[in-house]
Design a protein around this ligand. Structure first.
Ligand code: FAD
Ligand code: 2HG
Ligand code: ZN
Length: 479
């Protein structure tokens, strides 16, 4: 830690004052302690910070923010640091601190009459799911990073994941929020109301704001009845169109039963099988397209297995499904999910890749995948398109793996060409360049083109009103 931050210099006594607020365990200043907070999961960005603040209460967050605001110190809120868009990584600039919510991880209340759970922002998602299950209920948000991502980060990105098709994004799972504003003021909004039309719905401003408007310190989450029955199948399908047709069949048969409907390509599946230990493919060794369909019901005897079999049978007769493996146990179900969930890790291990987290109307998914794959192959000969993701939401990760033998730096130097190539097609199809991961740092330069004019002006006005000094997560979201 530079001495000028302790005594005479631009911020005399700042660290001492922060230590007074946070106590000895609440402030990290040693370079080795700071290291894990300074880079993102994809290793795209690395920044600097004079300290990591680890408050244990909302009062401590508020006092720290007030102090930083007075001194013009910028604050980067951080949860599990699993952002795919560099949202929680500081810039390479002085006068910044990271504020980690990791110590604020308590469950404050579980109410199975109201079907709500009130938690601090640093609670890890997997723990939230576990606590809900211990109370005989379900917190349905589910994604590959659930062992690390925290409720505050998930709400701040309005995370989607595998169950959006049934339960909605993180926003739909939130009833109330507690937020520390950029001047240190606190919005005490931990209300567990299903209806609350009292002026502007401020709580929704902070969901998806990616830490640019304030710090979420706690939330009231919605609970649902626990699943009593599930039925899961991995299907090899002949085309993207067949995958969509299968989704429509399940939706028509029983829309409420579809918990997840995920698409994967043969190339992506190959990467998982090659790079992730303990994976094997039960069907479709040569298939180019796969679908994972997961059904669930909150009552026993719902007949999901019969539903799954009858829909697949009809789809096979119609030539929409080539082969299917049905999970016969929880272990088999987990093994099928592993083939899907390990796609990000497999891509990471396989070499350099560029991600395009895009959405289009569900009906346009096959065309988007087909056209993007062809355009990407033409743009970078030898590159391998790896589309996968949440087909039932129209949200596909239209990722591209580097050509074998190409230098990673050369491939990554084309990242913006690659994203532009996909985005041009997505735009024509009426989609979005940022479906569920957020804008973060990676996509700020796309905001002007996609959300320019009145929309961006309104966003800037909100930012200026709440954070006039611009201390909250600068360089993210807004160009
Ligand atoms: P961080 O990465 O720490 O932060 C994310 C953003 O929120 C940053 O801008 C940060 O400043 C801000 N922030 C964090 N905490 C707070 C707070 N308390 N108050 C205000 N701002 C805050 N995302 C999906 O949507 N769907 C998926 O299926 C999915 N799968 C993933 C799989 C893997 C393997 C990985 C690595 C990531 C995946 N993600 C997915 C992306 C990521 O997990 C989500 O964006 C998640 O919501 C981030 O949570 P976090 O706690 O790690 O937040
Ligand atoms: C997923 O759906 C995540 O697995 C990560 O959103 C997507 O790695 C990606 O591009
Ligand atoms: Zn995803």
């Amino acid at each position: 830690m530079p001495d000028d931050l302790r005594s005479p210099g631009p911020h005399p006594g700042l660290l001492d004052a922060l230590r007074q607020i946070l106590g000895p365990h609440g402030l990290l200043t040693e370079a080795s302690d700071l290291e894990p907070y300074l880079a993102d999961w994809r290793a795209l960005y690395r920044g600097e910070a004079m300290a990591v603040l680890r408050p244990a209460s909302t009062e401590e967050v508020s006092a720290c923010v007030k102090l930083c605001a007075e001194r013009g110190i910028t604050i980067i809120p951080q949860g599990g640091n699993t952002s795919m868009v560099g949202g929680a990584t500081p810039e390479a600039k002085p006068n910044q601190v990271i504020l980690s919510l990791a110590r604020m991880n308590r469950v404050l209340d579980v109410d199975t009459a109201d079907m709500t759970m009130t938690v601090e922002a640093g609670l890890v998602l997997a723990r939230a799911q576990q606590v809900a299950a211990e109370h005989g209920a379900l917190f349905p948000l589910s994604l590959g990073a659930e062992g690390t991502a925290m409720i505050g980060g998930l709400l701040s990105t309005n995370a989607g994941g595998n169950t959006t098709v049934r339960y909605g994004n993180a926003r739909e799972l939130m009833l109330g929020l507690e937020v520390v504003l950029p001047d240190g003021g606190v919005i005490h909004g931990l209300r567990r109301l299903r209806k609350d039309n009292t002026g502007y719905a401020l709580r929704h401003l902070f969901v998806g704001a990616e830490g640019t408007l304030g710090i979420i310190t706690a939330a009231v989450l919605r609970l649902f009845p626990a699943a009593k029955e599930t039925a899961t199948a991995l299907c090899a399908v002949p085309s993207e169109d067949a995958a969509l047709a299968l989704f429509r069949r399940f939706r028509a048969a029983d829309e409420g039963a579809v918990r997840a409907f995920e698409y994967m390509s043969g190339i992506g599946m190959g990467l998982v099988l090659n790079h992730i230990e303990g994976t094997s493919l039960p069907i479709g060794q040569d298939a180019q397209h796969f679908v994972l369909v997961d059904l669930s019901a909150s009552r026993e005897g719902a007949g999901l297995r019969g539903l799954l079999e009858s829909v697949l049978e009809a789809a096979m007769e119609a030539g929409e499904v080539e082969d299917a493996a049905l999970a016969e146990s929880e272990a088999q179900r987990a093994a099928l999910w592993k083939l899907r969930e390990e796609h990000p890790e497999a891509q990471k291990r396989a070499g350099a890749s560029v991600k395009s987290d895009v959405s289009v109307p569900v009906s346009a998914v096959p065309e988007m995948i087909r056209r993007s794959s062809a355009a990407l192959r033409e743009l970078i000969p030898g590159s391998r398109p790896v589309p996968f993701g949440h087909m039932g939401d129209g949200n596909i990760h239209m990722n591209l793996e580097q050509p074998e033998g190409m230098a990673a730096e050369d491939f990554l130097a084309r990242a913006h060409d690659i994203m532009d190539c996909v985005n041009a097609i997505v735009r024509e199809l009426g989609g979005s360049f940022s479906a569920e991961h957020g804008v973060g740092r990676l996509k700020t330069d796309m905001m002007e083109e996609w959300r320019g004019g009145a929309e961006l002006s309104a966003m800037r006005a909100i930012k200026a009103a709440l954070d006039p000094r611009g201390i909250m997560n600068p360089g993210k979201v807004l160009p």
